[in-house]
Ligand binder design. Structure first.
Ligand code: SF4
Ligand code: SF4
Length: 411
């Protein structure tokens, strides 16, 4: 058995063997065998809609003594909950902003967080004792800004479908889920997800260093609704230095949602941790439930989502019917598609929504399908981006190799 201290020593002297999860899984899939001596760390990551994300921010509103307590606060129009500290007469307002708070149907807390870390100017509007205050600030003006996740990186998420006739608006769809049994929406990055590779949370414990939205953070503990069978993590990191492309907003048929990313280094301490790391998409259950009842309907596996399917959208501009307005542009949940159908691949999640709504067939993408009772039901939306999750795995491996990220040496 190796200890984390020994692995850290190997990182410091440049002899640690660190393999990003995508490369490690590829080698496992090709039949390569490993012993605990062959590899020290596998880096894992996940990126997708994580509704439990929120930020705690100290917002400067006015000079000290200007008002006693603020009663209302909007940041770029997104409502913030004031407190818990009243900061009486300081002109400074501590607040909590939910990633799912919304200004309107196209902009919410997730968008605000990404704009903050991108260095954008953020409009502040506050009300206190009958007076209104407004200003523009940047992240640098805030003495405290930290993102928390109340539950993230779930071990095998649930896929959802609509069992009833008609369309149901839900956060698990962009245009509403059509039923009965017409389409399935999926979440989760499968075999590269940190919790999937350490399901007993042996290394993913409280105080463990991780990356949250691309910057150094920690695991606080397990999150809400975490169970031994389906654990998830509560995490935290300061917003300064976060990568706006590793977070953001995502527009669903029930309003804006929040994109968050988590990356973790899983040490290979013994054959047990190595065994857990060898899990592949096709071995990871993907429960399927009805969207209105939330009751299980069946089960599949992540191989149906991430193996043999497309990672990016193909564009066939010559097929465009010139609809006004362009529906694909209107519904793109990541704002990656302009009205002229120019695609910003840095924002595109490869969610597949444009391929579902474009009647001309301009956008094509094989998102796979799930078999239930001998019926093959097409996957029409992915709420996680495996490509960006894999990029995170590689980024964290690089940070470990250059000595800027070490394992915690606690129990
Ligand atoms: S929805 Fe498709 S066919 Fe219609 S304008 Fe947009 S890209 Fe063209
Ligand atoms: S796949 Fe299409 S709808 Fe989804 S983010 Fe990319 S461009 Fe937008």
């Amino acid at each position: 058995m190796k200890t984390k201290r020994e692995i850290n020593e190997k990182i410091r002297n440049g002899s640690a063997v660190v393999i990003p999860a995508p490369e490690f899984k590829k080698r496992v899939r090709e039949g390569e065998t490993f012993t605990p001596e062959d590899v020290d760390i596998v880096t894992c990551g996940t990126f997708g809609v994580m509704s439990g994300t929120y930020a705690v921010i100290s917002v400067p509103v006015a000079p000290p003594g200007t008002f006693r307590k603020a009663e209302k606060l909007l940041l770029n129009g997104v409502p913030a909950s004031i407190g818990p500290c009243p900061n009486e007469r300081l002109g400074l307002v501590d607040c909590i902003v939910y990633g799912t708070a919304k200004r309107d149907e196209r902009y919410g807390g997730g968008h605000l967080f990404a704009d903050f870390v991108a260095g954008e100017r953020i409009g502040v509007e506050a009300e206190a004792e009958g007076r209104r205050y407004s200003d523009d600030i940047t992240l640098k003006d805030c003495t405290f800004a930290r993102i928390h996740t109340s539950r993230s990186a779930f071990k095998n998420y649930t896929a959802f479908l609509n069992e009833e006739e008609g369309i149901i608006r839900t956060i698990f769809s962009v245009t509403g889920l059509s039923g009965p049994y017409k389409e399935i929406s999926v979440s989760g990055c499968g075999e590269v997800n940190p919790v999937q590779n350490d399901p007993g949370l042996r290394s993913l414990s409280s105080g463990t260093p991780i990356l949250v939205n691309g910057v150094n953070g920690i695991i606080v503990g397990t999150g809400t609704r975490s169970t031994a069978e389906r654990p998830n993590l509560a995490c935290a990191a300061d917003m300064i230095g976060m990568d706006p492309l590793m977070m953001g907003g995502f527009i669903t048929s029930d309003g804006p949602e929040c994109l968050t990313s988590i990356a973790a280094a899983i040490p290979v301490l013994d054959s047990s941790s190595l065994h857990a790391l060898m899990v592949l998409d096709e071995e990871i259950p993907l429960p399927v439930a009805g969207i209105s009842t939330r009751q299980p309907i069946g089960s599949s596996h992540y191989g149906r989502v991430w193996q043999g399917t497309d990672r990016g959208v193909q564009i066939h501009a010559d097929r465009c019917l010139g609809c006004t307005p362009c529906l694909a542009h209107l519904i793109c949940p990541a704002g990656a598609l302009s009205a002229e159908q120019t695609l910003d691949r840095s924002l595109c999640l490869a969610c597949g929504a444009c391929a579902s709504v474009c009647e001309g067939g301009v956008f094509t993408m094989n998102l796979g399908s799930i078999s239930l009772d001998k019926n093959d039901i097409p996957i029409t939306l992915r709420q996680s981006d495996r490509t960006r999750a894999e990029r995170l795995c590689r980024r964290l491996a690089d940070e470990i190799m250059d000595g800027s990220f070490l394992l915690s040496e606690g129990p």
